[in-house]
Design a binder for this molecule. Structure first.
Ligand code: JFZ
Length: 479
């Protein structure tokens, strides 16, 4: 067994619901941001929404990029390691705005190359990209006209990074979306979140203590308009941490998006209904939470670069998580955090490219594929009533194999050599042909009463994961 497969086994008992969190060092766990309210979703019977979502449901796998000034301190402030997520350092170390602003003078990602980033995403087999246009620190990675707190006006770099990335994405046919922190803005006195410079957002009675609407109307709303006007087609806007996002305020953002670019998707963290559900970070649910959903996830334990976090997920782990998510009908949005010079850490690149090589051969089982007709293969909630770290019923995941589907086809992706013979779960359709996806080699089948069993050759063709295609009579599986 190679190391990629072995490291996958760590998560077996822990279960999918807590898989990401369980692996995190305790220092990072301690400061997980407060969970957002239950995600809301636009009605499923809206044909415009269904149309907007068509590409997203095919894409399945995307690259998230968290890049900003926080890549300069990279988890360390005044010689001390600051626990928590790299991009939260201003908040965690309570750095005053005036002091944090000095970081802009050191931000000079001269090795940034938009084409290389897009090429990496393509080599990795990723079908869309989402980058932080402005994170909670309020710093814009684009040339904003409504603020000088941006990459062109405040740094020696002086280039509009988003403009270059948008151009490269258009050249290479890569959909590009923008993360935008609509509520938290630690740089502005009206924005949410900065209680060390500007005091609490709300009093004990919930009364708002800041001129939040002045911030929304003066910065957040105009900046979202800029993003939707000057950067070509925007695949999606990834809003986040919807503090104090009343219906009315959320609707203002919806109106901006729908008016300027009706095809742009809205994620699940605006605060009012978006187009799809975003799960908790790194949370892979046991079963599908909605008709369109996405798992935002880290490749190590932080979003923004930290120099002390080199715990990169292995290619085997990433491949398993991708198939796990796709077999439940979701998308995987996997994050990388570039270093301050603009280079994506080479070790994370290597992991992604390895997955990409596997997808080149086996992508048919992923892109545009529907969920498993069964689901038991993914595991089950603990029969003993055990709860996970979030207080939810502990989901005991199984990770031997996952199923994905297309009309007339079932793809079985094996992460471990199955028992021989491997009995297909109940299926009424006649089985027409069974073969290995990678090389087309036929797989021997045996009718076993109502069930069909497969005799899969050993040793395994690909130790990372081997896909077997089951061609069936008719388009949809009947059980
Ligand atoms: C947020 C940000 O605070 C964080 O810095 C990062 O950008 C991440 C992608 O999103 O953090 C969250 C937001 C929501 C949940 C967890 C972390 N949640 O709903 O569980």
């Amino acid at each position: 067994m190679n190391s990629t497969v072995r490291s996958l086994h760590r998560g077996v008992i822990v279960g999918a619901l807590v898989a990401g969190v369980a692996g995190a060092p305790p220092r990072l766990l301690a400061q997980a941001p407060a969970p957002t309210p239950t995600p809301t979703l636009a009605p499923t019977d809206d044909p415009a929404r269904a149309q907007r979502l068509a590409w997203f449901k095919q894409a399945k796998y995307g690259m998230f990029i968290h890049f900003g000034l926080y890549a300069v301190p990279a988890g360390e402030w005044k010689g001390r390691a600051i626990p928590g997520l790299g991009e939260w350092i201003m908040n965690r170390a309570k750095i005053p705005v005036a002091e944090y602003e000095l970081l802009a003078k050191q931000f000079n990602p001269v090795k940034f190359n938009a084409d290389e980033w897009v090429q990496l995403a393509q080599d990795a087999g990723m079908k869309y990209m989402v980058i932080t246009s402005k994170h909670h620190d309020g710093f814009a990675l684009f040339d904003s006209k409504v603020s000088t707190w941006d990459i062109v006006d405040a740094t020696p770099f002086k280039r509009d990074l988003l403009k270059e990335l948008a151009a490269a994405c258009q050249r290479k046919g890569m959909p590009l979306g923008f993360y935008y922190s609509q509520a938290q803005d630690w740089h502005e006195k009206g924005g949410a979140g900065n209680d060390w410079d500007f005091g609490p957002d709300q009093g004990p009675d919930g009364k708002e203590l800041k001129d939040y609407d002045a911030y929304l109307r003066g910065k957040a709303e105009p900046q979202v308009k800029e993003l939707l006007t000057s950067y070509g087609p925007v695949a999606l806007i990834w809003f986040d941490t919807p503090r104090m996002m009343s219906k009315e305020r959320g609707q203002r953002f919806v109106d901006i998006v729908r008016t300027l670019q009706p095809k742009t998707l809205i994620d699940g963290r605006l605060g009012v209904a978006g187009d799809y559900v975003s799960t908790g970070d790194n949370v892979i649910p046991g079963t599908a939470p909605a008709d369109a959903w996405e798992v935002p996830a880290t490749i190590n334990h932080t979003w923004g670069f930290r120099k002390d976090d080199r715990d990169w997920k292995s290619p085997g782990d990433i491949t398993f998580k991708l198939l796990d998510i796709v077999s439940k009908g979701g998308n995987y949005l996997l994050n990388v955090g570039p270093m301050s010079d603009g280079v994506i850490p080479p070790a994370s690149q290597a992991s992604l490219r390895e997955v990409g090589r596997w997808l080149k051969v086996n992508g048919e089982a992923v892109y545009g594929a529907g969920p498993s007709p069964w689901g038991d293969e993914a595991g089950e909630p603990s029969a003993r009533g055990t709860k996970d770290l979030r207080g939810q019923p502990l989901f005991l995941s199984r990770n031997e194999w996952r199923a994905t589907t297309k009309p007339g086809r079932i793809y079985l992706t094996f992460f471990q050599e199955p028992r021989v013979p491997f009995a297909l779960p109940p299926l009424k359709n006649a089985v027409k042909r069974v073969y290995r996806l990678a090389d087309g080699a036929p797989v021997e089948t045996k009718a076993d009463g109502e069930r069909t069993s497969l005799n899969i050759a050993r040793p395994f063709l690909d130790p990372m994961a081997t896909v077997v295609v089951v061609e069936i009579e008719g388009e949809a599986v009947t059980k």
